[in-house]
Design a protein around this ligand. Structure first.
Ligand code: ATP
Length: 354
């Protein structure tokens, strides 16, 4: 199967008003969310936002202070990890160094009856083929690259045929190139099995690349749960706008509303096309992606000064100074000195109205 599950797919896993408090910290704050069967669902957010705690609550390593965890509608809040039918992969592969690759995978079979009527050897061979390590049974873990070791860890987690796969920053110990390769492989494995997968990362690009839906978390709560494109194109809050990709967040006061909305933004008058209701006098924050800030345009044109530039290969990310704040623009051509930049009204997206 290749398509992501639709909104009518049955719910596989849900959190209902789940809170987890430690002494002074509320790590997870009244979270309710539902994950569909076969969905690749990612929790992303900055350090300390509660992603790992949420995953540990799903795995059963932690009990919520309040609220319920449900698997397939069944309350599993008090069910220990070994009885939850989940496979788990951690950041540091945690393979047993004294066991061969095949023995590591077979270890995953000791705790449950694997699906189908196959011998352990056959099952291990199938799993290694699934993770693109066919025939590697007799290798030692230390003869494998980090990416290969992590695929062994995934095979081991999948060995008992769990309903749900939980992955906690499985790629963060790998270098950038390996990470990009492994994320394509992980996605392919997930699609092939159609297994409900919950993935934790602090890497927003990885989250967008790999997921059917993403929950962007801040301070123990998801700020937005949506498919990657929607998260990128229509961030619901300033936090999401700034955490996911580069963004320019500007704010101003509404001075006129008709088909377009006119705002005083610092010393400039700008027009935006809001999807949100706004009224004269509102304070409005809106964002414009760097790739939508254009040089030498008539639309919402303003003058800014080039401060620095980073050559990124396909594009250059230019940092501009504009009335005491930074604007980011992505261009193909180098820029210097004073430049005129602007944006089309429909490329502005309102994130906050006060
Ligand atoms: P990171 O990316 O750094 O792992 P995270 O988003 O996964 O961060 P959590 O590890 O879930 O965040 O932590 C959320 C908050 O709960 C943090 O403030 C953390 O210090 C706190 N916390 C987590 N585990 C415990 C614990 N066992 N005891 C006390 N506080 C904890």
């Amino acid at each position: 199967r290749t398509d992501r599950p639709g909104p009518d797919a049955p719910v596989a896993v849900s959190l209902e008003h789940v809170t987890k408090r430690y002494a002074e910290t509320t790590a997870v704050d009244d979270v309710s969310l539902s994950i569909r069967e076969g969905e690749f669902f990612t929790l992303v957010g900055p350090s300390g936002c509660g992603k790992t705690t949420t995953l540990r609550l799903l795995a059963g390593f932690e009990r919520p202070t309040e609220g319920q965890v449900r698997f397939g509608g069944e309350d599993v809040t008090s069910v220990p990890p070994e009885d939850r039918d989940v496979g788990i992969v951690f950041q540091n592969y945690a393979l047993f160094p004294h066991m061969s690759v095949g023995e590591n995978v077979a270890y995953g079979l000791e705790f449950a009856d694997p699906p189908g009527d196959v011998s352990d050897e056959q099952r291990v061979a199938e799993l290694l083929e699934l993770v693109d390590l066919a025939g590697m049974e007799d290798r030692d873990p230390d003869q494998l690259s980090g990416g290969q070791q992590q695929r062994v860890a995934i095979a081991r987690a999948l060995a008992p045929g769990p309903d749900v796969l939980l992955l906690d920053e499985p790629m963060s110990a790998l270098d950038a190139q390996l990470r990009e390769r492994l994320r394509v492989q992980v996605k392919a494995i997930q699609r092939e099995l159609g297994i409900t997968t919950i993935y934790v990362t602090h890497d927003q690009e990885e989250a967008l690349a790999i997921s059917d839906r993403v929950a962007v978390m801040s301070e123990g709560t998801p700020e937005q749960i949506a498919p990657p494109r929607e998260i990128y194109r229509r961030p619901e809050t300033q936090f999401v706008a700034e955490f996911i990709g580069d963004n320019n967040v500007l704010s101003g006061t509404v001075t006129a509303v008709d088909e377009q909305v006119t705002l005083e933004v610092g010393p400039e008058t700008m027009t935006v096309t809001p999807e949100t209701d706004v009224a004269v006098g509102d304070e409005v924050a809106f964002c414009v992606r760097p790739e939508n800030l254009q040089v030498d345009t008539d639309a919402n044109a303003t003058t800014a000064t080039v401060e620095s530039a980073e050559f990124l290969g396909q594009t250059t990310r230019v940092h501009l100074e504009w009335h005491g704040r930074e604007l980011l623009v992505r261009t193909r051509d180098p820029l210097s000195g004073e430049v005129a930049v602007g944006f089309e009204p429909e490329d502005a997206h309102v994130v906050d109205v006060r």
